[in-house]
Write a protein that binds this ligand. Structure first.
Ligand code: SF4
Ligand code: SF4
Length: 277
């Protein structure tokens, strides 16, 4: 039996919004009943790009994460819906029935990921359908996946072990978006933003950047080492949330420096000045 899923590789997303626009192109002004009524031109993002600012000046990054309906196996929207207005198909796709869901505005708040939108003109809640109306006529993937130029979105049948998505899932460390929601999401991720520790190393006597200083980060069950670049900068990415790390900076002829850092957020420790022994 077919079981559809999507795998989203966050590191490959360039925030080009092609997926968002392809979704608009497919669904705005197009009635695909019984799967969906047309999406309004404004206010809906059935495929959304979440921009998250990370770090602080001068070390700031933006993480971009594509987010749409997770097509949950344990879906709060299905539990909340009256008259079976939201249902999961045998292929795993969760659909809001536009007829039965009329006037059920409470479904917008039923989704813990915030991916259900209210269509005021039609009086219905709406969300991503994985382009089920296209899949049912032989399409191999939804429009957003077809439009993605970087391969950040991969779609397919996870029951088919020869499919690209099955192979990628087998060789990847899969993650759930906001796993604390516990909804058994069908949509899986690779490379969701974690935490970073970064800093800059300079000589105390002349303020020059220190290139090739050895920087180590250690924690329980974690050890990594880098050297500073030509600007004296270093960075450790993909660190765990709320974990205590020790950063140690060594350079021949200079006093070793260390800092204890807790990753409640991304941390730029600022400039560390090395003093001669
Ligand atoms: S992500 Fe939200 S809308 Fe989609 S199936 Fe899960 S609970 Fe329902
Ligand atoms: S089309 Fe692909 S690369 Fe562009 S925003 Fe969407 S997921 Fe990211």
């Amino acid at each position: 039996m077919t079981r559809y899923s999507m795998l989203i590789d966050v590191d490959k997303c360039s925030a080009c919004y092609n997926c968002f626009l392809a979704c608009k192109d497919e669904h705005c002004g197009r009635d695909s009943m019984p799967i969906a009524k047309p999406q309004p031109e404004n206010g809906h993002a059935w495929m959304n790009i979440i921009n998250q600012e990370r770090g602080r000046y001068p070390k700031v990054k933006v993480a971009t994460t594509p987010v749409s309906c997770m097509h949950c196996d344990d879906a709060p929207c299905i539990a909340k819906a009256k008259d079976g207005a939201v249902y999961q198909r045998d292929d795993g796709i969760v659909i809001i029935d536009p007829e039965k869901a009329k006037n059920q505005r409470e479904l917008v708040d039923a989704c813990p990921y915030g991916v259900i939108f209210w269509n005021a003109a039609e009086n219905i809640p709406q969300k991503c359908t994985m382009c089920a109306h296209l899949l049912d006529t032989g399409w191999k993937e939804p429009r957003c996946v077809e439009a993605c130029p970087t391969g950040a979105l991969v779609f397919g049948d996870i029951e088919d072990h020869t499919s690209e998505i099955s192979k990628l899932m087998a060789q990847s460390e899969l993650e759930d978006y906001q796993p604390e929601k516990g909804c058994k999401a069908a949509v899986k991720y690779i490379g969701l933003p974690k935490k970073f520790i970064a800093g800059t190393v300079c000589f105390a006597d002349n303020d020059e950047c220190v290139e090739n200083a050895a920087v180590e980060v250690t924690a329980k069950n974690y050890h990594n080492r880098v050297v500073t670049n030509g600007f004296g900068d270093f960075e450790f990415e993909g660190l765990a949330d709320n974990c205590e790390y020790e950063v140690t900076i060594r350079y021949n002829g200079y006093v070793t420096q260390s800092r204890k850092i807790t990753t409640e957020r991304d941390v730029y420790i600022g400039t560390v000045f090395l003093v001669k022994k």
